[in-house]
Design a protein around this ligand. Structure first.
Ligand code: CP
Length: 311
């Protein structure tokens, strides 16, 4: 079976063999990043453009590093400072960049569906770096890869608990989809106003609004950022009330597996959704998650572009 990707927009239609192939390639890329010269010629001649219509630190910089480490040319587009601020449409922006011979776009946009729409407009590969509340698939790939690397536990024996502002979280949706496909049990937890009951329809997902019940037997606990910029008082009466009931801290891990690990996609609201000392402590995989963003994204770009031939 070919494991080359057409695009990476979400996990719909992506065979599990391709996910495992990306993880295998990630291991090779991680070795490249251990060498004195952290560069291979795999993507020489290709151009990768990052198009971010929302802010980012980790995702954009790690994609750019991932492209350069494989000798691709990189073009950076951000809404501010571009002609989008003069009213140029997204379609015209893509046509303009296509004229500059872009081979792959990494796109983040506040509107769900934009990456799939872009795939209709261009022959280049599309990687979704976050669209509305839908998906950032490479975040889920690096989360799952980091968990497996750090614990060695089989996904089939794993219970992942995702806690927090699930309602606004594309990270929760992508991780639920991927970890279920890999064989894990997934529990979504948070106040009823932040965990839409409709998400129980996601395959393999259970919803639990009581934190101590959700924590029972957890092997991985993922705290989500409280998205203050998107929250209304109807969703969350006060941050203090949220923290008192749902903050992930050492005390709240009492019912979890003894060797439970703690994860967070970043950026953190320290001492809000996660205790700062826990985030910096030995159970935390947060720094490893960030570091693994580079080899995982190197692997994704490789699977998207190699074998396609430059245009
Ligand atoms: N996790 C994540 O998407 O972080 P950035 O917004 O910094 O890219």
């Amino acid at each position: 079976m070919s494991t080359q990707l057409e695009h990476l927009i979400d996990f719909d239609g992506v065979p599990i063999e391709t996910i495992h192939a990306i993880f295998e390639t990630t291991e090779v890329m991680a070795q490249v990043l251990e060498r004195p010269v952290k560069r291979v010629p795999a993507l020489q001649g290709f151009t990768v453009a990052t198009l971010f219509f929302e802010d980012s630190t980790r995702t954009r910089l790690s994609f750019e590093r991932a492209a350069r480490a494989q000798s691709a040319d990189v073009m950076t587009f951000a809404r501010g400072g571009s002609s989008a601020s003069k009213g140029e449409s997204l379609r015209d922006t893509v046509a303009t960049l296509d004229a500059l011979h872009v081979d792959a776009y990494v796109v983040r946009h506040p509107a769900a569906g934009v990456p799939r729409q872009m795939a209709q407009w261009t022959k280049a590969r599309i990687v979704n770096a976050g669209d509305g509340r839908r998906a950032p698939p490479t975040q889920a790939l690096l989360d799952a890869y980091t968990y497996r690397q750090a614990t060695g536990r089989a996904f089939e024996d794993t219970r992942l608990v995702i806690i927090g502002d699930v309602a606004h979280s594309r990270v929760a949706r992508s991780n639920a989809s991927l970890w279920h496909a890999l064989g894990a049990e997934v529990v979504l937890c948070g106040p009823p106003t932040l965990v839409p009951p409709a998400l129980a329809a996601l395959p393999g997902v259970r919803i639990e609004t009581q934190l101590d019940v959700a924590m029972e037997g957890a092997h991985a606990v993922m705290a989500l950022r409280i998205q203050r910029e998107r929250l209304t008082s109807a969703r969350l009466a006060s941050l203090a009330a949220y923290t008192a009931q749902y903050q992930v801290n050492e005390e709240r891990l009492a019912g979890a597996a003894e060797d439970v690990v703690v994860m967070h996609p970043g950026p953190l609201n320290r001492d809000v959704e996660i205790d700062g000392a826990l985030a910096d402590g030995p159970r935390s995989l947060i720094t490893k998650q960030v570091a693994n963003g580079v080899p995982v994204r190197m692997a994704v770009l490789y699977h998207l572009l190699v074998g396609k031939g430059s245009r």
